[in-house]
Design a protein around this ligand. Structure first.
Ligand code: 5AD
Ligand code: SF4
Length: 418
């Protein structure tokens, strides 16, 4: 979501005649687009910001802007700590950048902007083949650990016609894969609901693959499962964060499902969409998490057998409910639980990847592999990276390959004989 927000910021700047540079020394304007989902991201921001102070001293005309969720959360506090910052604007106020650039006044824009879904912001994308498309803003779920509802505001869906127009334009310019973005895409609702939106995008000529993130388990409907099963362009992959395998912790997290309910949805998905890849997020060491709660999470990983997970230690965030809870679990226990979760999953991922050896997979060619040589790299419909040795590298083409070897984080494929 943040990377795509940066693409929107670049779009607004491009419309004002700015050109991007990766060299801070030549820049007239430096924007830090920040994330505050965990404390670590916030610490990274403050240490980065310090580096620009010296730069501004050397180059007084330089303007510095802070965007993103830390901007939203901290607002004026940032300019108090760092008076050399010119603009602070949250994710709901990107459209105001045009106005800020026109005068020499400092600006802070952290107001809620319910109309953000109606602003059609220009976008500059780096990738020609794959594109993110925002379908909704904000979140109403208030999971007790999460800062997003506070920084990105209430849920607002972008009108269906605007999304379809953007998707059609992307298809026309050569884009092959679209990832629909929202904090909780399942609760998308405008003139269309989410399965309805998928059905319309599926009809667009040229779009070969449709993905979406993120889905909240409580809102994963039968209609959505049917749409994934039926629509040829919708890929067989869902990111469905479980967060914890313990009902007590899920309740404290305000997730509004039980582990059993989650399992039933996974079963339905697997029955209706054979071979679907399922990935997840897990939080280790949530306040009050007992040894038994942790074991439940580890057992859940064994039972569900995800294709991959992102796991993090709990990090208290300002204004959230969980920040007020008793977080007295020692750090070494939190870390060892996280370590165990990651180690268990690593084996499961390796086993799952191994089971793909000898199978045929369709990949969308993304370009030359980072490993160099004649290797190209692409992704399966289930979102796994495959590298293939071939001199034929046409970005954006679909290729059928045979998986010959599973590596730790990717698969190795070859072109089939016939
Ligand atoms: N601490 C740790 N992890 C968090 N996440 C969100 N907020 C926190 C927090 N305060 C994780 C969740 C979410 C993912 C995007 O980040 O697992 O699904
Ligand atoms: Fe945060 Fe929960 Fe909303 Fe996801 S669904 S953005 S975790 S509040």
């Amino acid at each position: 979501m943040n990377v795509h927000d940066s693409e929107k910021i670049l779009g607004v700047l491009d419309a004002e005649g700015y050109k991007a540079t990766n060299d801070p020394l030549t820049a007239e304007l430096i924007i830090l687009n920040t994330c505050s989902i965990r404390q670590k991201a916030e610490q990274k921001f403050y240490s980065e910001l310090g580096r620009f102070r010296a730069l501004k001293k050397k180059k007084p005309g330089l303007r510095i802007a802070i965007a993103g969720c830390i901007a939203q959360q901290e607002g004026m506090k940032i300019t108090r700590k760092a008076p050399y910052v010119d603009f602070v604007f949250g994710p709901q106020n990107v459209h105001l950048l045009t106005k800020f650039l026109k005068d020499n006044e400092p600006h802070i824009a952290t107001e809620d902007n319910p109309d953000i879904a109606l602003h059609e912001l220009p976008v500059i994308r780096n990738d020609r083949i794959k594109a993110w498309v925002t379908i909704m803003y904000g979140c109403n779920n208030f999971c007790s650990y999460c800062v997003v509802p506070y920084t990105r505001g209430r849920e607002r869906s972008r009108p269906g016609h605007a999304i379809l127009k953007e998707a059609a334009g992307l298809a026309e310019s050569g884009c092959r894969e679209i990832t629909l973005l929202g904090q909780n895409v399942n609760s998308y609702r405008s003139d269309l609901d989410f399965p309805g939106l998928l059905r319309e995008i599926d009809k667009i000529e040229g779009i070969e693959r449709i993905r979406f993130v993120t889905s909240h388990p409580k809102d994963l409907s039968d209609a959505l499962i049917d749409a994934i099963a039926e629509l040829p362009m919708v890929c067989e992959h869902i990111h469905l964060p479980l967060q914890s395998g313990s009902d007590a912790v899920l309740q404290h997290m305000n997730r509004r499902y039980t582990y059993k309910e989650y399992r039933e949805k996974v079963e339905k998905l697997r029955n209706k969409v054979p071979g679907i890849a399922i990935t997840s997020d897990i939080i280790a060491g949530f306040p009050g998490e007992t040894v038994k709660d942790h074991i439940n999470t580890v057992n859940a990983l064994h039972e569900i057998e995800y294709d991959g997970i992102f796991a993090f230690n709990f990090s208290p965030r300002p204004d959230t409910g969980a920040a007020e809870m008793d977080d007295s679990l020692p750090q070494h226990i939190k870390s060892s639980r996280l370590y165990e979760i990651l180690a268990v999953q690593e084996k499961i991922t390796a086993r799952k990847n191994k089971s793909l050896e000898g199978t045929r997979q369709e990949i969308l060619v993304e370009g030359k592999s980072r490993a160099g040589g004649k290797q190209i790299s692409g992704r399966t419909r289930t979102n796994k990276i495959v590298t293939v040795e071939t001199s034929d590298c046409t970005e954006g083409t679909l290729m059928n390959v045979e998986i010959v070897r599973a590596r730790q984080h990717s698969l190795e494929g070859k072109l089939p004989k016939e």
